[in-house]
Design a protein around this ligand. Structure first.
Ligand code: NAD
Length: 251
């Protein structure tokens, strides 16, 4: 089989496209000749390579639905959605009391907005009886990390939301899968990356003894976006340097 990982001319929407991981994924897809619509709260409406950036708050479903409508009118297909927009807010106040405001905001952006975005693209994917949705979860979907229950719950929820949509959309040729990154060097993790001790602790949790880079997410995304993964749905691919499989973390 030739050209297994082809994404040429696929119409891809990436949310959080101005962030560390979203930008790398958008660029990687664009360099492989996909046409990418990069959505972010903080981006000017610009073009870079094959990536068309649009400013949009994904927690406002009307804005995102309008963008999908415009994209479909122009191309007559939407092939891939990557839900990558996400936030991690300080949560812990004291004595296991947490900020309700930050709980609600985190669930809204990381979980509810992913639901809205899937709802918006699915009718267009159904018109062509095909599509691939990739939700960016986290190793937090599997493990209890400290002092940020909203983030852990949002990623655990997103993991299962994908499986629920995979079940309902399979009949329409739409696949839904998760990519769960480990620790990746981006704005979101800059504080622990800058702190020598925290940086080292996280490195040691991996089998590859290093942090991930945003570029490490490109290959798995292309796999799930392309026909190589045509019989893969409802799955989790962890891109974590072996963190989740690691049985012993040495000093
Ligand atoms: P980042 O902060 O660099 O990027 C996140 C992007 O999402 C930002 O550009 C931000 O503007 C955008 N965004 C936030 N709220 C939005 C909204 N309402 N509408 C539109 N865009 C919005 O972080 P990142 O590390 O690139 O994270 C990308 C995804 O990967 C997130 O879902 C995050 O939870 C997940 N993740 C990151 C790591 C890591 O180690 N960096 C690990 C696991 C999972």
């Amino acid at each position: 089989m030739k050209n297994l990982f082809l994404v040429k001319d696929k119409i891809v929407i990436v949310t959080g496209a101005n962030g560390g991981i979203g930008r790398a994924i958008s660029r990687g897809l664009s360099e492989n000749d996909a046409i990418v619509y990069g959505i972010d709260l903080k981006t000017p409406n610009t073009k870079s390579g094959n990536v068309f950036y649009h400013k949009c708050d994904v927690s406002k479903p009307k804005q995102f639905t309008k963008i999908c409508e415009t994209i479909f009118k122009k191309h007559k297909h939407i092939d891939v959605l990557v839900n990558c927009a996400g936030i991690s807010l300080p949560n812990h106040k004291s004595n296991q009391q947490y900020s309700q405001k930050n709980w609600l905001k985190t669930i809204e952006v990381n979980l509810t907005a992913s639901f809205y975005c899937m709802q918006a693209v699915i009718p267009y994917m159904m018109k062509n009886n095909q599509g691939s949705i990739i939700n960016i979860t986290s190793i937090n979907a599997e493990l209890g990390f400290p002092e940020n229950p909203s983030y852990v719950a949002s990623k655990g929820g997103l993991k299962m939301l994908s499986k629920s949509f995979a079940k309902d959309c399979g009949i329409h040729g739409i696949r839904v899968n998760n990519i769960g990154p480990g620790y990746i060097k981006t704005d979101m993790t800059k504080n622990s990356f800058k702190n020598k001790k925290l940086k080292k602790t996280r490195e040691k949790h991996t089998m590859l003894n290093r942090w991930g880079t945003p570029e490490d997410l490109i290959g798995p995304t292309i796999f799930l976006a392309s026909d190589s993964s045509r019989y893969v749905t409802g799955q989790d691919i962890y891109v974590d340097g072996g963190w989740l499989a690691n049985g012993l973390v040495s000093d």
